[in-house]
Structure formats: C-alpha cells, structure tokens
Design a protein around this ligand. Sequence first.
Ligand code: GTP
Ligand code: MG
Length: 202
Amino acid sequence: MNYHNVVFETSYGKASQLGASDLVEIAFAGRSNVGKSSMINKVFNRKQLARVSAVPGKTATINFFRLESVRFADLPGYGYAKVAKGEKERWAKLIDGYFRSGRNIGLVFQLVDIRHKPSQDDLQMIDFLIENEFPFVLILTKKDKLTKTQLAERLEALQTEIPCADQITMIPFSSEKGDGVEEVKAIIEEIAAEYAEDLTEE
Ligand code: GTP
Ligand code: MG
C-alpha cells in the first residue's frame, strides 16, 4: 500500500450521519489525549492529516480517511473529565452508534498510555471489544516517555492489568520516535489483503 495516497473523507458529529459501510474499516479508539490522532499522522507520515492538540478533547467528531480499499476512523476520545455532561453524552452516543451500526470493522486499534495503569474507561472499552468480538490490537502509546527499565516494568504490569492479556497483541508505540509503526503497517496490510480475498470470494 502506498501510504501517501491516504485521503481525508469526512467528519461526523452524530451517529445518524454515518454513511454506508462499503469498505472494511480500521478504527482508532482510546482516551482523550492518548495519542490517536498523532498515531494516524505518524503511520501515514503526514503532519496534519488528523488534528493533534495538547488540549484533550480535540477530536469531537469521527473523522474518516481512506487508503485504497481500507477506511480508517479516528474516534473521539473518551474519559476527559472537563467536558460538559451534554457533550460527554453526545460522544458516548457517537462511539456507541459507530460500533453498533453494523459496519464492517476489520480491526480496532485500542490505544492505552503505556505509562499508566489502564483507566476504568479503558477497561470498559476493552471488555466491550472482547464481549462483542471486535478484533483489536492494543497500542501502548508514548513509549518514548519511559526509560528501558520503566518500560519493562510497565509491560510486565500490563499482563495483570489487562484481562486476557496473554491473548491480546500489544504493540509499544511512539509517535515521536516511530516505534511500532512497521508492525502497525503490517497489520493494516493484512486486513487489506483479507478484505480483498473476501471480495473475490463473493
Ligand atoms: P483526542 O483527540 O482528544 O481524543 O486526543 P488524541 O488521542 O487524538 O491525542 P493526540 O494525538 O491529539 O495527542 C495528545 C497529546 O499527546 C499531544 O500533545 C501529542 O503531541 C502527545 N503525544 C501523542 N503521542 C505521543 C507519543 O508517542 N510520544 C509523546 N512524547 N507525545 C505524544
Ligand atoms: Mg484526536
């Protein structure tokens, strides 16, 4: 896949606006400020494909991108305390609507900050993905902020902090340094290839 050919498609603020799911989709989910938009920009090697901000709660809409026959969804982050209740409810509805709209979700990149124990929201999200059988990979963000020793400690701790950890693919990632980018790209290409096979079988 030629990652330079990625195009921004559209933004939706309401689940009712979601268009038809005609392509396989890869979603980026996680807490506000965990690094979803930064990860997208790093993977596609674009500075401003997805908007990044030091202010949490930047991505308030689902933003769609397309590369060849794969669609990518940058989901709004959950768990940001300073957002008004009404706005939080809108986000919850939007994310819930996205996952329940019967879309062809080939994979979810579920992001958690490698430095901290996953929050209640993170664990709820992971449980939701497991229960509803959405295939997902855990992306452990901001790896560059840890020393080697701290990294080893956190990787070990995550084995008990995350349910079914031994069955989950975890990729330490850094949007600053590029760690994990090649693994992520390999996963994206696998999804694209599987989907192309599904199409020829139909
Ligand atoms: P919302 O849109 O609010 O849901 O946030 P987001 O998950 O899209 O996070 P975003 O990519 O906007 O990043 C939030 C902040 O974390 C920004 O200041 C980024 O520069 C920083 N950041 C993201 N990834 C990394 C990383 O791998 N390393 C470091 N050091 N900082 C990062
Ligand atoms: Mg964002």
